[in-house]
Design a protein around this ligand. Structure first.
Ligand code: NAP
Length: 301
């Protein structure tokens, strides 16, 4: 039996572990993939206070070392269910079952799929969801990025340095992401904006050889002969293990306020998985601190 089981070892979960350990609670953190969460794919973090430049991987490793150094136990196991036993909660992973006085859900989010035919089949064969992980495979090739948020803009900027040509496909004529990044992309000679357009087909036999895009205004279709398609159309909350336990909103986010408390006593949520306005590293870390403090208060009665 642990005082607190934390599901997810991203910035929210590991920060929660630090705060819970500093309050002398026993802490188990369960993580399905790798500690650090989505931040490990960021080459350079520029907006975390007092760390003007740090890679996502270095940030994740430092955070992990800090949590483990304070006595948090971290296990790489996928949590499949969280159950309410009243004063205790049961957390079932693919490897074991655990009981805890309180649970903090910090499961984050996963890449939204584009929803085009053959997307799954061609993933890893030209279709990617991570420019910083896979961009290097497309040096001096033509590639496309789809999306209009900050991730798509940053991916296009990153790829413009590696690839021969980058098409940036977006379904509207204005971007959701920051204007500064849009301006930087306009300066790049090898970047072409393909606006008001959607991807209608993925071409190629064993590997991607092109994408068909349709202009939404004219209905005209054209083929972009690209070897890589980087999908950056947002993220969806990872809520499978607790969807039956607590309330989620229409987008699948766990419903909780800034106090990170759910309606179920003893269950707290932190980071991208909860309803919130600003999903950033700094707000995930902040949530971790808030959720752990709330969990400690709950356990202390
Ligand atoms: P996002 O801001 O939600 O943007 C997703 C984009 O994908 C939107 O432009 C959306 O189009 C488009 N889209 C969604 N579904 C689509 C579909 N089925 N087909 C085609 N296009 C689709 O997601 P994000 O860029 O991953 O960013 C997530 C959060 O992280 C944001 O808050 C962002 O600011 C933040 N972020 C910050 C930084 C930074 O601070 N440096 C870097 C990366 C991300 P519409 O615009 O038409 O809805």
């Amino acid at each position: 039996m642990y005082d607190i089981v934390i599901v997810g070892a991203g910035p929210a979960g590991l920060t929660a572990a630090i705060y819970a350990r500093r309050a002398a609670k026993s802490v188990l953190v369960l993580e399905a993939k790798a500690w650090g969460g989505q931040i490990i794919n960021t080459p350079d973090i520029e907006n975390y206070p007092a760390a003007a430049h740090i890679s996502g991987a270095d940030f994740a490793n430092a955070l992990y070392a800090q949590a483990v150094g304070l006595g948090a136990e971290v296990r790489l196991e996928k949590v499949v269910a969280v159950e309410d036993l009243g004063k205790r909660k049961k957390v079932r992973s693919t490897a074991a079952e655990y009981e805890a006085g309180a649970v903090i859900l910090a499961t984050g989010s996963e890449n939204r799929k584009l929803g085009v035919d053959r997307e799954a089949e061609l993933t890893g064969k030209g279709v990617s969801y991570c420019a910083t992980c896979d961009g290097n495979f497309f040096r001096r090739r033509d590639v496309a990025v789809v999306g209009g948020g900050n991730t798509a803009l940053e991916d296009a900027l990153y790829l413009a340095e590696l690839a021969n040509k980058v098409y940036l496909i977006h379904r509207r004529d204005s971007f959701r992401g920051e204007e500064a990044a849009v301006a930087a992309l306009r300066e790049k000679e090898n970047v072409e904006f393909v606006l008001n357009s959607t991807v209608t087909a993925l071409l190629g036999d064993k590997r991607l050889s092109g994408v068909e895009v349709m202009d939404k205004l004219t209905g005209e279709k054209r083929v972009l002969e690209v070897k890589g398609l980087f999908v950056a159309v947002g993220r969806v909350p990872e809520n499978e293990c607790f969807r039956a336990l607590i309330e989620v909103d229409e987008s699948g986010c766990a419903v909780a306020g800034e106090d990170c408390r759910t309606k179920l006593p003893g269950v707290f949520v932190a980071g991208d998985v909860r309803t919130k306005e600003l999903r950033q590293l700094v707000t995930a870390a902040s949530d971790g601190a808030v959720a752990a403090t709330a969990a400690v208060q709950y356990l202390n009665g």
